[in-house]
Design a binder for this molecule. Structure first.
Ligand SMILES: [Fe+2]
Length: 250
């Protein structure tokens, strides 16, 4: 399958009034829950992409605004994506974006990503040039030869940064991860005293197991996005070196 085959079109006419209402409720409620908790890049990103809380987003409109700033675009995908294609798409500064939205009955939680998680949580941040660089560097995971251990380490790095990461900003801990940015319950929980927050260190992060079915009790706080870019490069280098020794090839 070619990379192009993973994408679909966003047929805006298919969204119902209920979909628009769910979107509005999610955006307004989440913006309220995050008040003062999210990182600067997130709030600036919402402004830069001109996100309208009252109507479902059109990816073409977002792209008109985001592409001139960071070169990123959001392209529609129907749903779950194999990680090889996901990283390949990131390498091309294209975020595979789910276009379906959760139903009103499931407004509080859905297992699979939907357009709220992907646009509100991920795409807004990509309007920041340094965050855009981080995601592009993570895209370089595509093309490296991986063992099960490598995949585990990559998954943990992604999990504890892009999805459930924190970042220090003017001495304060702020939310960076898209999973927190798009989850009302976790947005409050992750900065509470129920969570042990450790300084981000690559070696610790890639050795830290996590469960997807419970709130995280250990999180990592990055000092900067630049630190995470460096970590992504180091991990890719380490995996390449390890596999060169193991197999004699890259
Ligand atoms: Fe995500």
């Amino acid at each position: 399958m070619k990379l192009e085959d993973i994408y679909c079109t966003q047929d805006y006419s298919l969204y119902t009034e209920e979909d628009h209402k769910v979107w509005q409720t999610l955006c307004e409620r989440q913006h309220q829950s995050l008040r003062g908790k999210a990182c600067r890049q997130f709030y600036e990103g919402l402004e830069k992409i001109g996100l309208d809380f009252t109507r479902m987003p059109r990816l073409d409109d977002i792209n008109d605004r985001i592409k001139p700033i960071t070169g990123w675009t959001a392209r529609a995908v129907p749903g779950y994506l194999d990680s090889r294609y996901f990283f390949k798409s990131l390498q091309q500064r294209t975020y595979p974006t789910t276009v379906a939205i959760r139903s009103a009955e499931n407004i509080d939680y859905v297992e699979e990503p939907d357009i709220f998680h992907d646009v509100f949580g991920h795409v807004a941040l990509q309007a920041d040039p340094v965050y855009g660089e981080l995601m592009r560097n993570l895209g370089d995971i595509n093309g490296i030869t991986t063992t099960d251990l490598d995949v585990l380490e990559i998954t943990r790095l992604f999990w504890f940064t892009i999805e459930f990461g924190l970042i220090r900003e003017n001495g304060e801990e702020r939310i960076l991860g898209s999973g927190f940015l798009s989850s009302p319950g976790e947005a409050g929980y992750c900065l509470s005293d129920k969570v042990e927050r450790r300084p981000f260190r690559l070696a610790e992060v890639i050795a830290q197991p996590f469960r997807i079915d419970v709130y995280q009790d250990i999180l990592f706080v990055a000092e900067s996005l630049e630190q995470l870019i460096e970590a992504a490069k180091v991990l890719i280098y380490q995996i390449n070196e390890r596999n060169t020794i193991r197999w004699g090839t890259k």
